[in-house]
Write a protein that binds this ligand. Structure first.
Ligand code: T3D
Length: 256
């Protein structure tokens, strides 16, 4: 089987390409591969920027729901402690620019991953879904902090409650992405931007990131821990079982 994450070097840019058809849903193997690659990016002095991108029809549909259903009954808190919580912290603590190149769909934990990157470039046509309420969960992967921070509290609440998609153009207008480009220009533009940043003053950019972390998200780690705590509660509720079953059975969920 092909690897869920391809790692390449383009000059001083480490390019991480998720490769899990059809929609790059996050399996345990993919989140572990991302964590390992980011650790490597931190250690490797020749890496001066990271580009996170994806093959196939979507950047990522978030947590793999087939895998989640298979481990039903297990603690979501424990799951988050080994998957998204360390991943989000790594993205914020890596003192090198990280760009996410987004296309297709970005949902759930993938939205958290994208928002934890420093900069986001999206292809026209990209759909963003907060995702969690679609399967009767509360936001995790830093989304409870990062979505209101980036897009505003009222808007974050509306999209978290309704799970309706928003477009790349809306994300651009609301500050959720930095640039929107034609789909066939995405990879080239994202790489060119990453290479431009990689040629910059690495120490200063890293310290800028450290300063922003301290100024606007000094409590990120405790937010992630609290998200894991409340996800444990949400995960034990019958609504969550119904939400996941309904998605996998391709029918609307029935909560009342
Ligand atoms: O402890 C914990 O881990 C809890 C944490 C959870 C974090 C989360 O990420 S919660 C949110 C999980 N994600 C979702 O609920 C999103 C579900 N997917 C969608 O809403 C849509 O699939 C997309 C908007 C992402 C893409 O739509 P579209 O129309 O392009 O594709 P599709 O037809 O819906 O999906 C294509 C296939 O992928 C389909 O399978 P099939 O019919 O071809 O066999 C679909 O079932 C599958 N798929 C889509 N999303 C997931 C998935 N399979 C597993 N997990 C998925 N998340």
């Amino acid at each position: 089987m092909d690897k869920p994450l391809h790692i390449a070097k383009e000059g001083a840019v480490m390019v991480l390409t998720m490769n899990q058809p059809p929609v790059n849903a996050f399996t345990h193997d993919l989140t572990q591969a991302l964590q390992k690659a980011l650790s490597q990016a931190g250690r490797d002095k020749t890496v001066r920027a990271v580009l996170l991108t994806a093959n196939g029809r979507a950047f990522s549909a978030g947590q793999d729901l087939t895998e989640l259903q298979a481990v039903e009954g297990e603690s979501l808190r424990k799951h988050l402690q080994v998957t998204y919580n360390p991943l989000i912290l790594q993205l914020r603590r890596l003192e090198k620019p990280v760009i996410a190149a987004l296309h297709g769909a970005v949902a759930g934990a993938a939205l958290g991953v994208a928002l934890a990157c420093d900069l986001r470039i999206a292809a026209e046509g990209t759909r963003f879904l907060v995702g969690f309420s679609g399967i009767a969960l509360a936001p995790d992967s830093g989304v409870s902090l990062l979505l209101p921070l980036v897009m505003g509290f009222g808007r974050a609440t509306e999209y978290a409650f309704t799970n309706k998609p928003f477009t790349a153009e809306e994300a651009l207008a609301w500050g959720g992405v930095n640039r929107v480009v034609a789909p066939d220009a995405l990879q080239q533009e994202a790489l060119a931007w990453a290479q431009e940043l990689a040629a910059g003053p690495l120490k200063a950019l890293g310290l800028t990131k450290r300063a922003f972390n301290r100024a606007i998200m000094p409590h990120l780690e405790s937010v992630l821990d609290y998200e894991a705590h409340i996800q444990d509660i949400a995960g034990k509720a019958p609504e969550h079982h119904e939400g996941v079953s309904a998605f996998l059975e391709k029918r609307p969920p029935k909560y009342i």
